[in-house]
Design a binder for this molecule. Structure first.
Ligand SMILES: [Fe+2]
Length: 184
């Protein structure tokens, strides 16, 4: 679906990496619908086929709706940026008015997993938090830290440690292995 939508290979590897992290989290939270988390993680950036600003979440949600995907999945896509957007962010970025906070456990897991992945590499939640802080988005940074604490508490360990379970670039390494197998 990402390919059909016109997403670059870079976005596809990013989405697959977010899926690996999201699966590690959802596996440890019994109430989470794991299939929904997997689908949400894989499709959260479908809007990047058309837009690379913060609007990509809205564009992606609209695309998912047009594709006839379930509302729960559409909302994961719409609410995945940072750890939610408040009224001030909505006004600043000129987004259509809506609730952009991740509220269900599946929405929270995908937003958190995305915060733990930069491009195709796992990073600490402090990386996106500091990025927002350096842009003056103090509240957005605090929300990233709060979401990280909330889900780390739910799972029972600091989610920054997932990198030790998966490696820094789980999908890229897999792709490289496949490429080298093809050669021989
Ligand atoms: Fe995104």
């Amino acid at each position: 679906m990402l390919k059909d939508a016109g997403c670059s290979q870079r976005v596809i590897v990013h989405c697959r990496t977010v899926r690996v992290v999201a699966d590690v989290i959802s596996k440890r939270i019994p109430e989470a619908d794991r299939d929904l988390v997997t689908a949400g993680a894989l499709l959260h950036d479908i809007g990047r086929s058309k837009d690379h600003t913060i609007m990509h979440a809205v564009v992606g949600a609209e695309m998912a709706e047009k594709l006839g995907l379930p509302a729960e999945l559409v909302e994961i896509i719409r609410r995945h940026t940072g750890a939610g957007l408040d009224e001030e962010d909505i006004a600043t970025f000129g987004l259509p008015s809506w609730d952009y906070f991740p509220r269900t456990i599946e929405q929270k897991i995908v937003a958190e997993a995305d915060n733990l992945v930069s491009d195709s590499a796992l990073v600490s939640h402090r990386v996106p938090a500091e990025k927002l802080r350096s842009r003056g988005a103090q509240k957005g940074a605090d929300r990233i830290i709060a979401l990280h604490r909330e889900l780390s508490d739910r799972v029972g360990f600091d989610l920054d440690l997932i990198v030790e379970m998966t490696g820094e670039r789980p999908v890229e390494n897999q792709c490289q292995r496949l490429r080298s197998q093809e050669k021989f």
